[in-house]
Design a protein around this ligand. Structure first.
Ligand SMILES: Cc1ncc(COP(=O)(O)O)c(C=O)c1O
Length: 400
């Protein structure tokens, strides 16, 4: 395949596919080959590629208002989406901010945390706490927060130290907060890189300590939110009500670019009567808002959280024997699971083997990942999990 496009996520190679069309959980390529997509695009096509409710939402938005912005002006699809967030997430949604993508929404949340800190405490914050191995996006700022800084560039946090906490709760956790003036703790309940699950007790301790140090507690649910882990928000299992929740990826089921920050009572108090000058020309685009509202309603109405839990159970059951036999760790929650094959080369081999059997599996470093559309019918889930099982056996059997 020849392309003028710059390869942005991994190299385009002789094995890259060029996709032409999608239906349900199936993608068809320009050479006529079809695959079951067990990665739901990049973990975002939660309702598959041809959902009639989403198609109808896009069509009516296009017919009614194909373009609008949110600069000193409202539009109905954005207002309606904000009301839907409030209805579905009443505990964490006093106000809503919209962005084009997850990275932009994380940056919006950070600015809110820093600017509101001074208002709440009368002091400039000095620290921002994140977890080891985090991934919060690909902008220069977000790269700096995660484990993958942009080479040759560093973000300027204007005096804010980024402190990295271990992924598992350290014995001396309180020490990391000594001195106060924390702008925020920013965490993913299940980390996008490697699908490490952060213990609920640790999350709740981080929230309490952040609040005691004057900071906000921000959860990045770009990958985990909206049903993916078997709950509407993965943070629910910790019983914590975060100050800010960042949503993206599955928000529009991948049909349009959109991300959001849900702001709870404390940041909302700061926002009251205030213009927060943080906007992009197309953030909150009407077509994206319309398809997002249809997506959120479908996840609730069709109980796709339960579907995610069932798919995850099916995957774990099928993979249990090979995981035991080869000492492999299965990590994650709901329909967001990773099998750690210990070596990147083995994971790449397994990914290619699954593809030969008609299933596209995700691969990041030494893990292969399972994140199918939440609407995938059980018979297709079985085909997917069989492919993971056989690919894993094939890779390890050849090394026995
Ligand atoms: C947890 C998390 N946060 C933020 C992002 C960034 O989202 P986007 O790629 O839409 O900018 C990602 C993307 O993978 C993610 O997994």
């Amino acid at each position: 395949m020849r392309s003028r496009l710059v390869s942005q996520l991994g190299q385009f190679g002789h094995d890259s596919i060029e996709v032409r069309s999608g239906h349900g959980s199936t993608l068809t390529c320009t050479d006529g080959t079809s695959y079951l997509d067990a990665s739901a695009g990049y973990w975002n096509v939660s309702l598959g590629y041809s959902d009639p409710a989403l198609r109808a939402a896009v069509s009516s938005a296009v017919a009614c208002l194909p373009a609008a912005h949110l600069y000193r002006r409202l539009h109905e699809p954005a207002s309606s989406l904000a009301e839907t967030f409030h209805e579905v997430f009443p505990d964490v949604t006093e106000r809503v901010l919209l962005a084009n993508d997850g990275s932009g929404a994380v940056e919006t949340a950070l600015r809110l945390a820093v600017e509101s800190h001074h208002w709440r405490t009368g002091r400039r914050p000095s620290r921002l706490l994140v977890l080891d191995g985090a991934f919060h996006g690909d902008s220069i700022t977000c790269r700096e927060l995660g484990g993958f800084p942009a080479r040759g560039l560093t973000a300027s946090f204007r005096g804010l130290d980024v402190v990295r906490l271990p992924r598992e709760q350290p014995a001396n956790l309180g020490m990391w907060f000594e001195g106060g003036d924390v702008a925020a703790v920013l965490v993913e309940p299940v980390q996008g890189w490697g699908f490490h699950v952060i213990a609920p007790g640790y999350l709740s301790n981080l929230a309490q300590l952040s609040w005691a140090s004057g900071g906000l507690f921000i959860v990045d649910e770009v990958a985990t939110g909206l049903g993916r882990t078997g709950q509407m928000l993965a943070i629910e299992r910790s019983g914590v009500r975060p100050d800010l929740v960042v949503l993206g990826k599955g928000l529009t089921s991948g049909w349009a670019p959109l991300a959001a920050v849900l702001a709870g009572p404390r940041p909302a108090a700061w926002l009251r009567g205030r213009a927060f000058e943080h906007g992009r020309t197309t953030a909150g685009h009407p077509i994206a808002c319309a398809v997002a509202e249809a997506t959120v309603r479908a996840i609730v109405d069709r109980d796709l959280c339960a579907a995610a839990t069932a798919m995850g159970a099916q995957f774990r059951a099928r993979m249990a024997a090979s995981a035991r036999r080869y000492g492999l760790q299965i990590r994650g929650e709901g329909a967001m699971l990773a099998v750690d094959l210990k070596q990147t080369a083995l994971a790449a081999e397994a990914r290619d083997a699954a593809r030969c059997s008609g299933v596209l599996v995700g691969q990041e470093g030494p893990t292969i990942t399972f994140c199918p559309p939440l609407t995938t019918p059980p018979v297709e889930v079985s085909l997917m999990v069989d492919a993971y099982h056989h690919a894993t056996l094939q890779v390890f059997a050849s090394k026995d």
